[in-house]
Design a protein around this ligand. Structure first.
Ligand code: EPZ
Length: 417
């Protein structure tokens, strides 16, 4: 199992290039199941979740070939299997995104229930309810979701809670349903908008993606397309915080400032200097950081996927900050590891109260999930001495070559095999 070793104390300076968005790539790859024609995706991030999705699509009968330039050719000419097996789904819950496309394309799908993960129970009841409303017969047995439908028929679906992959799953299923579907209380994340754009390029009729109400007029079949994945806003936010916490000067290119409104605003509140331009951003520390409270919310609010990274930043901010996690029920695992490095954090239910500024000392720490790992990397950048991060496979799920990108802007970081 790989480990990352970081020696803290270097200011980050220079330019980093952001990869394509993992959470856009995964639904886009699943969408290739909706057509018998070839789909080309560009700007794919070379992260493990993308490789897991490739394995899953191949098991279903699609061909998936990566080119040298971060693009891939996906072709689900025939669907040979309708089952997403447990051994794949348990490693990546986003496998549930093949449920809607498989059902819409072939009338059948058998997908392992994803099960919980470190950050929460993460049920998929809203996905299932929505598919039932579209006319599917859905039952859960032996740890699997089994769905079938002659042809899905459009209807109105109101989500009890905002769900990103639930919105994506149902939007994909509705593209081939009979008639019109309206999704209300839909997720507004940029990744939902990117998926809708790709589906429309394939011949779907989707309006309103990016707003809480999405309308889909069903069609008989979809065609292939070539689609470029949007930049990863969470990777961008992670580097913004890395630049701010090390009092550095980072130029971030191939990013999309418009997708980071609440993150930029909050970081400016803490004293970080952030400039934005077309496809690029620049972050500079100005010596001091001040505490600022945050509550995670659905987009366009402050992203829950940025909460752990922000907590690391707040350990270096003067004052007391209150971080409220309003989306997931158990997303503070990074706090105990940060405390082992010297952070002063008190957990009170959904709130973490951070008192800064506290010097951090390098330690051997364990990553528990993707964004908690990013938080520990950020803390290691400013800790005194060496930090050793174990279970780095969490990080590799969602960050492409993070140690190379950090090293290229001055971090002392290497990977121990
Ligand atoms: C997506 O997960 C992202 N993953 C997550 O990113 C992200 O943290 C999350 O959205 C919130 O922004 C992908 O896009 C692949 P939800 P998702 O359904 O869709 C509850 C990362 O770090 N809920 O929006 O699974 C759920 O328990 C990952 O890249 C139900 O109750 O999240 C949660 O409390 C981590 N029933 C809330 O809704 C359902 O059927 C939001 O979950 C579905 C969700």
């Amino acid at each position: 199992m790989d480990k990352l070793r970081i020696k803290g104390g270097n200011r980050l300076q220079g330019q980093v290039r952001i990869s394509g968005a993992k959470n856009s790539a995964l639904p886009a790859m699943a969408a290739s199941l909706l057509t018998s024609q070839e789909v080309i995706l560009q700007n794919l991030p070379l992260v493990n979740d993308v490789f897991t999705t490739r394995r899953l699509l191949r098991e279903l009968g699609a061909t998936v070939e990566f080119e040298q330039d971060h693009s891939a050719r996906l072709h689900a000419q025939k669907i040979l299997s309708h089952e997403a097996p447990y051994d794949l789904v348990k490693t990546m819950r986003a496998s549930v995104l093949v449920l809607g496309p498989l059902l819409a394309r072939t009338g059948r799908a058998r997908v392992s229930l994803p099960g919980g993960c470190a950050i929460g129970a993460r049920p998929i009841n809203l996905h299932i309810n929505g598919l039932q409303k579209l006319g599917a017969i859905v039952r859960t047995a032996h740890g699997y979701v089994e769905a079938s439908a002659e042809r899905l028929s459009g209807t109105d679906i109101l989500f009890d809670k905002v769900t990103v992959t639930g919105t994506e799953n149902l939007m994909m299923a509705a593209t081939l349903a009979e008639g019109k579907t309206v999704l209300q209380n839909a997720a507004c994340e940029p990744e939902v908008g990117d998926l809708a754009e790709m589906l429309n390029e394939m011949g779907a009729h989707i309006k309103g993606a990016g707003t809480p109400e999405i309308t889909i007029e069903g069609v008989r079949e979809l065609n292939g397309t070539t689609h470029r994945i949007i930049p990863d806003r969470i990777e961008t936010g992670t580097f913004l915080i890395a630049g701010a916490i090390t009092n550095g000067d980072l130029e971030i290119v191939d990013s999309e400032p418009a997708h980071l409104g609440s993150i930029i605003q909050k970081l400016r509140d803490t004293g970080a200097q952030i400039e934005t331009g077309a496809g690029r951003m620049r972050v500079r520390g100005n010596g001091d950081l001040w505490a600022a409270d945050v509550v995670t919310k659905e987009y366009p609010g402050f992203a829950t996927d940025m909460q752990a990274q922000y907590m690391a930043l707040m350990t270096q901010a003067v004052g007391t900050s209150v971080i409220t996690e309003d989306i997931f029920e158990n997303r503070f695992m990074h706090a105990s590891e940060l405390m082992r490095m010297g952070a002063v954090i008190r957990i009170d239910g959904a709130r973490a109260i951070v008192t800064g500024k506290t010097p951090l000392s390098g330690a051997t720490v364990i990553a528990s999930d993707l964004r908690a790992s990013a938080s520990l990397v950020i803390a290691g950048l400013v800790a005194d001495g060496a930090t050793l991060i174990d279970r780095v496979y969490h990080l590799d799920r969602g960050y492409e070559k993070i140690e190379e990108k950090l090293r290229s802007v001055g971090a002392q970081i290497d990977r121990l095999k």
